[in-house]
Design a binder for this molecule. Structure first.
Ligand SMILES: [Zn+2]
Length: 300
């Protein structure tokens, strides 16, 4: 999974240490064919340097590259946003609020809120359905659970995942490991005519096959972890990455925020070979809706 790195941290700071350079970069992403008026579409635009604004000669609309974006209401300098996005997308296991706080020289609350806004922006909205050979598996995160059989949830949160061989993953917090929930997850995220679905022997997966989709299982209970091509090892690797991130970087993740961490992990995983991951993340931030702090801290 080696990828050519687009930019390293030193280059990032070198390129984006001042506000103006950050603005120029965002302008390039937002208007790749040259500055354009968002109101009338004209490209006769000049800069009002003292105000970080752009001025349309055709309709006299004055605007800034960050207007209407999540950067706009933020009191943070743009370079801190840039570094935060970089640290989040480029660190394999993610970055904790405390680490972000220290790296950016901001309060913990600011770092925490910033990271959540970035995660929300990275969330994949119209993800393509997975197809081909797809592994599906579930895992339990958080809480304590000892001496109980599978299916016992206790105070743990259930995460289900699907992984398209050589492709993307899709991860989601679900309410249980029952048939209705697991089948529902598969229907929503895996193409109906996918070639094959591989799971373990958990009975709730039964009946997922149809005329154009095979269902193969590995019998984990009988210590069978793989039968030729049939295994769910790719997802096992994702679960161990998820658990190491939670233990190593996030320490403790509430069930309420787990979905957001899954979105972040999904973005990193699905862009694992994308040399333009940072740029693509910035593009997503430019079009993202803001996530109000009050909504974030509201009770689930
Ligand atoms: Zn205009």
């Amino acid at each position: 999974m080696l990828k050519e790195q687009e930019i390293n941290l030193i280059e990032l700071i070198d390129r984006f240490h001042d506000e103006d350079k950050c603005r120029r970069y965002l302008e390039g992403l937002r208007w790749p064919d040259g500055l354009t008026c968002p109101r009338c579409g004209s490209n006769k635009i000049s800069r009002i340097k003292t105000r970080n604004q752009l001025d349309c000669h055709s309709c006299r609309y004055r605007y800034s590259v960050t207007a209407g974006t999540i950067f706009h209401d933020s009191h943070l300098p743009l370079w801190k946003w840039f570094v935060a996005v970089y640290l989040i997308v480029e660190s394999k296991k993610g970055i904790s609020g405390n680490q972000l706080k220290r790296s950016l020289g901001v309060t913990y609350k600011t770092a925490w809120y910033l990271a959540h806004r970035i995660r929300a922006a990275l969330k994949e909205v119209d993800a393509q359905l997975l197809k081909g050979i797809v592994e599906v598996d579930e895992t339990y995160v958080g809480g304590h659970m000892e001496g109980e059989g599978r299916g016992y949830k206790g105070n743990k949160t259930v995460v289900v995942g699907a992984f398209q061989r050589n492709g993307n993953i899709c991860l989601q917090v679900v309410r249980g490991t029952d048939r209705e929930t697991l089948h529902g997850f598969i229907r929503e995220n895996v193409s109906g005519d996918t070639q094959a679905i591989y799971t373990d022997e958990w009975p709730a997966y039964r009946g997922i096959a149809d005329e154009d989709t095979e269902h193969e299982t590995v019998k984990h209970r009988e210590k069978e972890w793989a039968r030729d091509e049939v295994h769910t090892n790719s997802l096992e690797n994702v679960w161990s990455l998820l658990k190491r991130s939670i233990i190593g970087s996030y320490h403790q993740v509430s069930a309420k925020h787990l979905d957001a961490y899954l979105d972040e992990l999904e973005f990193r995983f699905n862009n694992r070979e994308n040399p333009h991951m940072f740029r693509d993340a910035m593009c997503k931030l430019l079009v993202a809706n803001n996530l109000p702090y009050a909504k974030l801290i509201a009770e689930a």
